[in-house]
Design a protein around this ligand. Structure first.
Ligand code: CA
Length: 232
């Protein structure tokens, strides 16, 4: 399930956002200030952050800047929420690395549309849309993987791993990144766990002649390639 971190000190707004996101199938964690938000991000990398600008302590703007500056969080999708509607503020928010900007008061429809748009662009694995590469099809809504009408039997972790690979093809992902993005835990799970599940994933895909799609990149990690001919 996709995880959204809501950093908002106004309880009523946080609750409204939470209700809507949960209704749309997201897991929601609320942080009332920057410190709690940072702790949460350190613990589990969310799929998206809704970040209020005016917070007690560190501002949302400074949090966004900090996250953009760090390797682990530089691609974290961030939507800034703010009561400010000034053009200069909007620019400052986007300069700080926010992916989008929502001015309060906003409609929940607009909020959800922007959440989906940012996820589509930056974290498509967090959405329920089916993906298809080289005949291999994965449908998060039905949790099915198939290849040319043939079902692929696959475990839940391998499913998540394949989903992440398929939504980020041709890119090399380190074991640490995969733990963060697929397992949601980069601290307490050993990196060789990734190797175990990649091996299982390849076994599952071998039944439909697609195991070569998962490549090992020596010293770097793993990658899903759609160039089947080259990979075979
Ligand atoms: Ca606030």
């Amino acid at each position: 399930m996709s995880r959204v971190l809501v950093v908002e000190d106004e309880a009523a707004i946080a609750e409204l956002i939470t209700l809507n996101l949960r209704h749309a199938g997201f897991e929601v964690v609320v942080a009332p200030d920057g410190e709690v938000a940072q702790n949460e991000v350190d613990r589990v990398l969310p799929d998206l952050v809704l970040l209020d600008w005016m917070l007690p302590g560190a501002s949302g703007l400074s949090l966004a800047k900090r996250w953009r500056g760090q390797q682990r969080t530089k691609d974290l999708p961030v939507i800034m929420l703010t009561a400010r509607a000034e053009e200069t503020d909007k620019v400052a928010g986007l300069d700080a690395g926010a992916d989008d900007y929502l001015t309060k008061p906003f409609s929940t429809q607009e909020l959800m549309a922007r959440v989906r748009a940012v996820l589509r662009r930056k974290a498509p694995q967090a959405l329920d849309s089916a993906v298809e590469i080289a005949g291999l099809r994965l449908d998060p809504a039905t949790r099915r993987v198939s290849c040319e009408e043939q079902d692929v039997k696959i475990g839940p972790t391998e499913f998540k791993l394949l989903h992440f690979f398929m939504t980020h093809p041709e890119r090399v992902h380190s074991r640490a990144q995969l733990l963060d993005r697929v397992w949601g835990d980069h601290v307490f799970i050993e990196e060789r766990t990734v190797d175990v599940h990649v091996k299982r994933l390849r076994e599952a895909l071998s039944g439909v002649q697609r195991s070569q799609m998962i490549e090992t990149v020596r010293g770097a990690g793993y990658r899903l390639t759609q160039q089947l001919a080259n990979a075979a």
